[in-house]
Ligand binder design. Structure first.
Ligand code: ADP
Length: 258
């Protein structure tokens, strides 16, 4: 239990089946929220919920591809019919490695559809349900939203849009009592990172892990729980004066890498 409570709040967490989204789902449930895990990977979503329930937490999971507006609308409608939604965490995302020359149009569309349109789809479907009562939206951006990262052309494009969508929604709904902020992590140690290293650097896993750890001045990658704790604070009533802001959580990456 932390000092920040989400008691009696219902939180929707996209991509809650793995990595950062899983940690957010677990931390939110531990701190009183009813969590709705949305993921297109049913097995992971179910596993996350099983872990939560085993520890006394409460929630549901729904299979949904956030890039598909019809699916998102139908899942949100279903959840809203039995719960009053308070929090949306737009965390589902996909990565892509490549500079502009080795990014195909298909790559660009795929990254755009999940990382940009997915965020739009979820906010578009949920805002009508929360605007009368107020609520909190957190969009998962990235350090790549604000600084140049090598070989992340499509990913940076998408995460830059996450930042500007956050500002736009924060501005349009500030009078409706909706707070909208973004979180920009540097490298976080998730199953995705392990998979990425194993796939791209076979036989050099340890060396690459060290190298990627050192890109953060603090000397290591973040943990999913560290990101989840920031999300917990931002969604709590203690953060009631915070909207339209991006929160880098980056081990010093943006400001100390000079
Ligand atoms: P991270 O390192 O950002 O936490 P992961 O790959 O571990 O990344 O987790 C991302 C989560 O988002 C996964 O559970 C994945 O299934 C989910 N996800 C990715 N794309 C979609 C999508 N289009 N719709 C729903 N969930 C998605």
């Amino acid at each position: 239990m932390s000092i920040f409570s989400l008691k009696n709040k219902t939180a929707i967490i996209t991509g809650g089946g793995s990595g950062i989204g899983k940690a957010i789902s677990e931390v939110f449930a531990q701190n009183g929220a009813f969590v709705c895990i949305i993921d297109f990977n049913e097995e992971n979503a179910k596993q996350t919920l099983d872990t939560i329930v085993a520890k006394g937490g409460k929630g549901i999971w729904k299979k949904c591809d956030v890039s598909n507006q019809k699916q998102v609308q139908s899942v949100i409608k279903e959840i809203a019919s039995s719960h009053s939604i308070d929090i949306l965490i737009n965390n589902a995302g996909v990565a892509h490695v490549g500079n502009i020359e080795n990014t195909t149009e298909e790559d660009l569309d795929r990254i755009y559809n999940v990382n940009v349109k997915g965020v739009y789809n979820c906010m578009h479907a949920i805002i009508p349900h929360i605007k009368s009562r107020g609520g909190v939206i957190i969009n998962m951006a990235s350090i790549a939203s604000s600084v140049g990262i090598s070989d992340r052309f499509a990913y940076s494009m998408s995460k830059g849009a996450v930042l500007t969508m956050t500002y736009s929604v924060a501005k349009d709904y500030v009078a409706e009592n909706i707070r909208c902020n973004s979180i920009s992590p540097a490298r976080v140690h998730t199953p995705f990172v392990d998979g990425f290293i194993a796939k791209n650097y076979p036989g050099k896993e340890e060396e690459m892990f060290e190298k990627l750890s050192k890109t953060q001045p603090i000397g290591r990658m973040g943990s999913p729980e560290e990101i989840a704790n920031l999300a917990l604070y931002l969604c709590s009533d203690e953060a009631s004066f915070i909207t339209g802001t991006d929160f880098p959580i980056d081990g010093g990456f943006i400001k100390l890498n000079g």
